[in-house]
Design a binder for this molecule. Structure first.
Ligand code: NAI
Ligand code: MG
Length: 337
């Protein structure tokens, strides 16, 4: 059975890592049809619009998109296209799997998932200056928005994710000891929901202690859920536990629409050279396969990547090897079982 997904190759190294990823998906026999669409600089140049309506219509119709990195044009009043897509489809859950793929890092066998609320908190950007005694910028003020609706849908997503993926525990990280209203509401909602999921262990922890524990003993965690800014910071900390952003992928999930991407950008410094590491986008593609109900294919691709990365013979320059993007992809294809 085949599923149509929207594919956006993206800018810079995007087309290189995307074609490597699609060749692995095809070799693994993923049941996918590709609806190729433009966004970013490529769309600006060809269609004079960095986010063409046809691309949005395609994502809406297919419900699933695999997206390469998009360069945000500097100047000209363009806002981030990534943010625009997130807003258009209300992609409220940012899902960041964190797994050890290359041995010899700080820890072995890390397998965590961070679920970050992506629409509320301080990042709504409700800010202003306060003038005093002739100084128009004597102070600045920012508003943290937490709604019961927003807290409930992200916490529910975390519990449902845990259940669907056979995970044992959800940790809600917060700062309700200081921010008693905003963080208190988030915590209360999480605790209430936990009662509906007796099969999933639930704990809550203060965010700063969580950060320390993640560094000291990451194996104590499984699925983590938190508000927007905490999630932004902690997701990068967690990527650091397993070898950095080159290995990091993200799913942006809404109701009926999900978009999967690498966390890194378009890497203009190495674009066009055929040397970019496609691992992060391949991992995003695996998360996408999990999402659309093809977890066996995802597991096979992850297993093949793991073998190639562990052997360290055919890896790209950022991992200390000398393989090209395509050579690495071919090695992954040969390692598929
Ligand atoms: P970047 O992630 O593109 O690059 C940072 C450094 O990491 C560079 O030295 C680059 O060569 C290296 N790098 C990144 N991905 C790599 C890969 N797959 N293999 C090997 N090396 C890799 O971040 P930067 O330079 O800040 O942003 C460049 C552009 O990308 C900007 O226009 C930015 O707006 C955009 N961007 C887009 C994102 C998205 O579409 N989700 C996310 C982050 C940035
Ligand atoms: Mg960030």
């Amino acid at each position: 059975m085949s599923r149509t997904i929207t594919v956006v190759h993206g800018d810079g190294i995007g087309p290189e890592v995307m074609s490597a990823t699609l060749s692995v998906l095809d070799a693994a026999g993923a049941g996918l049809d590709y609806d190729q669409q433009l966004a970013g600089m490529a769309a600006l140049e060809r269609l004079n619009d960095p986010l063409p309506p046809a691309t949005l219509d395609s994502i809406r119709a297919n419900g699933v998109a695999l997206k390469g990195p998009l360069t945000t044009p500097v100047g000209g009043g363009f806002r981030s296209i990534n943010v625009a897509i997130r807003k258009e489809f209300d992609l409220y859950a940012n899902v960041r799997p964190v797994r050890t793929f290359v041995p010899g890092g700080r820890y072995e066998d890390i397998d965590l998932v961070l679920i970050r609320e992506n629409t509320e908190g301080l990042y709504v950007g409700v800010e202003h200056y306060i003038g005093m005694e002739g100084d128009p910028r004597a102070a600045a003020e920012s508003v943290m928005i937490v709604t019961r609706f927003g807290a409930e849908r992200i916490c529910r997503y975390a519990f449902e994710y845990a259940r669907r993926h056979g995970r044992r525990k959800v940790t809600l990280a917060h700062k309700a000891n200081i921010l008693k209203y905003t963080q208190g509401l988030f915590l209360d909602v999480g605790r209430e929901l936990a009662g509906e999921y007796p099969d999933i262990e639930f704990e809550d922890r203060i965010i700063d202690a969580t950060a320390m524990q993640l560094v000291l003993n990451p194996h104590a965690f499984d699925v983590l859920v938190m508000e927007n800014m905490f999630g932004d910071i902690v997701s990068d900390l967690m990527a650091g536990l397993v070898g950095g952003l080159g290995m990091a992928s993200a799913g942006n999930i809404g109701r009926g629409v999900a978009m999967f991407e690498a966390v890194h950008g378009s890497a203009p410094d190495i674009a066009g050279q055929g040397i970019a590491n496609p691992t992060a986008l391949m991992l995003a593609a695996c998360a996408m396969l999990d999402h659309i109900g093809q977890p066996e294919t995802a597991a096979r691709i992850r297993g093949a990547m793991q073998k190639v990365l562990r052997r360290r013979e055919t890896v790209t320059g950022d991992l200390g090897g000398s393989a090209s993007t395509q050579e690495y992809a071919q090695a992954v294809i040969r390692a598929l079982e």
